[in-house]
Design a protein around this ligand. Sequence first.
Ligand code: FPP
Length: 229
Amino acid sequence: MEKKKLAHVAIIMDGNGRWAKSKHLPRVMGHHAGVRAVERTVRAAKDLDIPYISLYAFSTENWKRPKGEVLGLMGLFRYYMNSKLNELCREKTRMRFAGDLAALPEDIRQILRRAEEKTEQYEERQLIICLNYGGRKEIIDAINKITAQNPQSPVTEEMLRENLYLPDVPDPDLIIRTSGELRLSNFWLWQSSYSEYYFTDKYWPDFNKEDLEEAVKDYYERERRYGKA
Ligand code: FPP
């Protein structure tokens, strides 16, 4: 039985709004509590020695949310990046971002660039935040880049991979989604071909270290065959 070491855990952090509603709070309070769950999960991933953790923070579809909620989320990204950068440096965690970053407000892009530059020398672990990310857009962007450079030759898998947002990041071994929804929602479309999935009914703000441990344990109990018999 093949038990591939868990290199990359990707998380669809869902249920912030329902968590807030269940407590008669405004939706944005669910996102605030979601940031605390992010902090717990990043620490837990370090303790569990998981080298890559990626978080689906804002999708290309999330712009359709009410303006106040989008502004609230942008404010939380600013807060998180500004307040956590020193801690991530102390813990030697490289920060990276995946998505169509050009469409984000200029001050956020500057914060992201600074975080990437300040942490780019760390090799032990990476925290990847997917911002204005959409799997379909990532694939289309890659194809457009390839065809602009090589208009005549057919596109190969290798060429496509090399033109993804973060080509060197290993595909996610495990994708966790919280809040009981059983969908991929345009996350890591190309990279998830052989990922294992783990679903929990817990809302994201309630997700904790034990939940991550449970998901990892479940992963190691599975058999991965990659299409072989
Ligand atoms: C989905 O819950 C969550 C989001 C669209 C935003 C995720 C953002 C955070 C957890 C906060 C900041 C993150 C970082 C990395 C600093 P939902 O609002 O769709 O919940 P619902 O389905 O219950 O309405």
